[in-house]
Design a binder for this molecule. Structure first.
Ligand code: SAH
Length: 200
């Protein structure tokens, strides 16, 4: 891939580790073969089963906003193609990812195994429930929009944990929302307006 294109997608990303991981993961491996030429265009692409892979610059920015560190255990909601999971797996100790569509989950698991990732666990189910048996998580990221504050996920957050999720009712604006669990409870901040598929 033309490195100038990748550098442009990383314009707003400062974290050197996130930048390096973004360059290492070949996005064209995560899109349908007929769309490979478009893999690095900066918009979402359809994958299969009516799902989409999010736009690359936003995936990079969300990954940075999650403040990942090598010791972290991360939960992702909405496995989709597995691209965001791969990027996280480059940066943290382990990734747990939940997808409600069994076929997408299976395809992503196959793909990530072929790519050699050994630190990702997959579950088919409703991501809104989180993954209580594996909690607490240092970081939680949602890649489908929650209609309201993701209470179950926040319960599964470790102390000092960060949860980054698009929040907004189906017909209204969604905001990427960052929750942080501090000594006096959960603080939340709205980052930018976004458009994600709603949680099913
Ligand atoms: N992270 C993905 C993009 C995900 S798009 C990637 O990097 O490719 C949102 C995904 O959330 C879709 O795959 C959709 O099937 C899934 N999804 C929708 N509702 C869900 C739910 N309730 N639980 C888990 N996953 C869900």
């Amino acid at each position: 891939m033309d490195s100038a294109i990748i550098e442009r997608l990383l314009t707003d990303v400062k974290d050197p580790e996130v930048r390096a991981a973004f360059r290492r993961v070949d996005r064209s491996r995560f899109v349908p073969s007929k769309l490979k030429a478009s893999a690095w265009e900066d918009h979402p692409l359809p994958i299969e089963e009516d799902a989409t892979i999010s736009q690359p610059s936003l995936v990079a920015k969300m990954t940075e906003a999650l403040e990942p560190a090598p010791s972290h255990k991360v939960l992702e909601i909405g496995t989709g193609s597995g691209y965001q999971a791969a990027l996280l797996a480059e940066l943290v100790a382990s990734v747990h990812t939940i997808e409600n569509n069994p076929r997408l989950s299976e395809r992503a698991a196959e793909r990530l195994e072929q790519l050699g990732y050994k630190n990702i666990e997959f579950r088919v189910g409703d991501g809104a429930e989180g993954w209580p048996e594996a909690a607490p998580f240092d970081r939680i990221i949602g890649t489908a929009a929650f209609p309201a504050r993701p209470e179950k996920l926040l319960e599964q957050l470790a102390d000092d944990g960060i949860c980054l999720v698009p929040v907004g009712p189906p017909e209204a604006a969604q905001y990427l929302t960052k929750y942080r669990k501090g000594p006096s409870g959960i603080e939340s901040h709205r980052l930018t307006p976004v458009r994600f598929l709603p949680m099913q």
